[in-house]
Design a protein around this ligand. Structure first.
Ligand code: AMP
Length: 224
């Protein structure tokens, strides 16, 4: 049975960083729909270029496009032992489509973790966030990096991290994505982690929570 994790949370909660850490610790692919879209924009993919205007305004890309992107990605063989999803699902329609996909793949239940952070803190974090213009990785949020640690590329603010767009993204999160938490909340594999703590602390708690959820999911025996 695969270790299939969804990292939920508002923009700026640190879910991308945590998803990346957990995925690399466990040797699982991290599937970030935001990263996939930004990469496709850099490659001048026509569908992604159409989506870019919506992304730049802080709006969601349409469900059909996003569901197709994720369905294609989950059809690849590297997800056999599991995956960590970051940024999907963002609507209840996407969550329903993912459930159907998981049934078809027959790879076990989803473990859903909500990385919860108060809104004031999100606004503060997004204002200082910088990403690499070449490879898209996040810079150290405490600043002090002149260039990307991964590839030496120039650091810049994400087009959708300016203040007006951030407020729109938070509004869209409340309206479209919060209901996804209610969709998952009653499942025995749903967990909430306090994302306002130091990243190492969050990672530690997350790891224990996912381990526990996987154990329950399996009856008792730990992650298989
Ligand atoms: P992120 O990097 O996860 O904050 O995503 C950046 C932007 O990509 C979002 O603001 C949306 O415009 C778009 N996006 C990413 N994932 C999704 C999704 N699952 N559904 C709709 N739009 C998405």
């Amino acid at each position: 049975m695969g270790l299939n994790v969804i990292m939920m949370g508002p923009p700026g909660a640190g879910k991308g960083t945590q998803a990346g850490r957990f995925a690399s610790d466990r040797g699982l692919p991290k599937i970030s729909t935001g990263d996939m879209l930004r990469e496709a924009v850099r490659d001048k993919n026509p569908t992604a270029l159409e989506a870019k205007a919506r992304m730049d305004r802080g709006e969601l890309v349409d469900d059909a496009t996003m569901i197709k992107i994720v369905a294609d990605r989950l059809a690849r063989p590297d997800v056999r032992d599991g995956f960590v999803l970051d940024g999907f699902p963002r609507t209840v329609a996407q969550a329903r489509a993912l459930d159907e996909l998981m049934d078809r793949l027959d790879s076990g239940p989803l473990i859903v973790v909500d990385v919860a952070v108060p809104e004031q803190e999100l606004v503060r974090r997004l204002a200082i966030r910088r990403i690499c213009s070449r490879c898209g990785s996040n810079a150290d949020p405490t600043g002090g990096e002149a260039a990307c640690k991964q590839c030496g590329g120039t650091l810049e603010q994400r087009a959708d991290d300016n203040q007006d767009v951030v407020l729109e993204r938070l509004r869209v999160y409340q309206q479209a994505t919060r209901p996804v938490l209610d969709y998952y909340r009653d499942r025995p594999t749903f967990r909430v982690v306090n994302g306002a703590q130091a990243p190492d602390h969050v990672a530690h708690e997350l790891d224990a929570m996912i381990e526990d959820a996987a154990r329950r999911r399996n009856g008792k025996g730990g992650i298989s």
